[in-house]
Design a protein around this ligand. Structure first.
Ligand code: NAI
Length: 341
């Protein structure tokens, strides 16, 4: 049996609770994993190591794979986003967030099946800004052809290998003529290399309306960083909320898996958080390293719990705790033989 070493960043807020839930479910699949636990963010600062310790980055560089809990970013003051810093430091240029309806989770729309690709390293979300004079601030939106091309290429390759039928390239090039214009132009260039994949261009505001009205019209969505941040949450809202949507940050030399949601300080430390988003991120991680059966067992286990039992956390209308839901998922994992049937 393969032996894996995976970096684990528990994060803060609900991070430690939900990442421990994911560790428990991964271990219940029987895979042999050594977890290297490392700090980042507020806990790393408290330990006198700065926000993003070298040993944390080195561990991810060595293992090339990490599972991460959310990390709080102070609003308007204090240190800059550790999440952005991590993505930049490791050049994790792809943000991949699959958003699909889950059996047993009632929502207005059924059979939603989207994949959001978000450029993860530049754009306004980089937070490059300064005060010009008191009362006037300037933020820089940097878009490059190379970064736009590589995220577009990843999205088209993903569509090719997973049999996805259509990519919508979202933009606001009517107003951001140069920056979004360049992103769109680079994506079009890449699209021409994939004549067998259907694609379309759509203004981001029109996409917002159409996604809310009829998400089933869409398949793969491709967009720049800030729009991707906003639309990931919008799409999560279509399938049951932030508690269920997983994600991955992928580069050429490693990948960090984390939920779309943040550290949820309002419910931190109360055993109330929904662990499904991070458990599903861990399942994505297992598929990424080739453990497809274990990944599939986790996905099926989650849907068994959601569709057959009343064990669900408050965000999904239930009363179960994080630990109760985690245990229910562990107890519902199908065996590999059951999965093969
Ligand atoms: P948030 O995602 O933490 O919370 C938004 C709302 O969703 C809250 O009401 C929260 O209770 C709920 N929620 C989120 N995850 C949940 C879960 N697993 N189960 C049940 N309910 C859940 O977003 P917010 O409040 O904007 O951000 C809080 C902090 O997290 C900020 O410091 C932000 O910068 C950080 N953040 C970190 C991210 C990361 O580490 N990748 C991503 C997003 C935000």
């Amino acid at each position: 049996m393969s032996q894996y070493t995976i970096t684990l960043l528990p994060g803060d807020g609900i991070g430690p609770e939900v990442t421990e839930a994911a560790v428990k479910v991964v271990e219940a699949t029987g895979l042999a994993v050594t977890w290297e636990r490392h700090l980042a963010g507020i806990d790393a600062v408290a330990a006198g190591k700065g926000t993003l310790p070298t040993e944390t980055l080195d561990s991810i560089r060595k293992n090339r794979i990490a599972l991460k809990g959310p990390i709080t970013t102070p609003v308007g003051k204090g240190f800059r986003s550790v999440n952005v810093g991590l993505r930049k430091a490791l050049d994790l240029y792809v943000s991949l967030r699959p958003v699909r309806s889950l059996l047993g989770v009632e929502t207005r729309h059924r059979e939603v099946d989207l994949v959001v690709f978000r450029e993860n390293t530049e754009g306004l979300y980089s937070g490059r800004e300064h005060e010009v004079v008191p009362g006037v601030c300037e933020a820089l939106k940097i878009i490059t052809r190379d970064a736009s091309r590589r995220i577009a290429k990843y999205a088209f390759e993903y569509a090719r290998w997973t049999g996805r039928r259509k990519i919508a390239i979202a933009h606001k090039a009517s107003i951001m003529r140069l920056s979004d214009g360049l992103f769109l132009d680079a994506a079009r260039e890449v699209a021409r290399d994939y004549p067998f994949i259907e694609w379309m261009e759509i203004p981001i505001d029109r996409l917002a309306m159409q996604l809310v009205q009829e998400p089933r019209h869409f398949d793969v969505l491709l967009m720049e960083n800030l729009c991707g941040d906003i639309f990931s949450d919008l799409c999560a809202g279509l399938v049951g909320g932030l508690g269920v949507v997983p994600g991955a940050n992928i580069g050429d030399h490693g990948a960090v898996f984390e939920a779309v949601h943040g550290s949820a300080p309002d419910i931190a430390g109360q055993n109330k958080a929904n662990p499904i988003a991070v458990i599903r991120s861990a399942a994505m991680m297992l598929a990424h390293i080739g453990e497809h059966v274990a990944a599939q067992r986790i996905e099926v286990g989650i849907e068994r719990v959601l569709s057959a039992s009343r064990v669900r956390t408050r965000d999904l209308g239930g009363t179960a705790t994080t630990s109760e839901l985690t245990q229910a998922i562990v107890d519902s994992l199908p065996t590999p033989a059951e999965l093969a049937r």
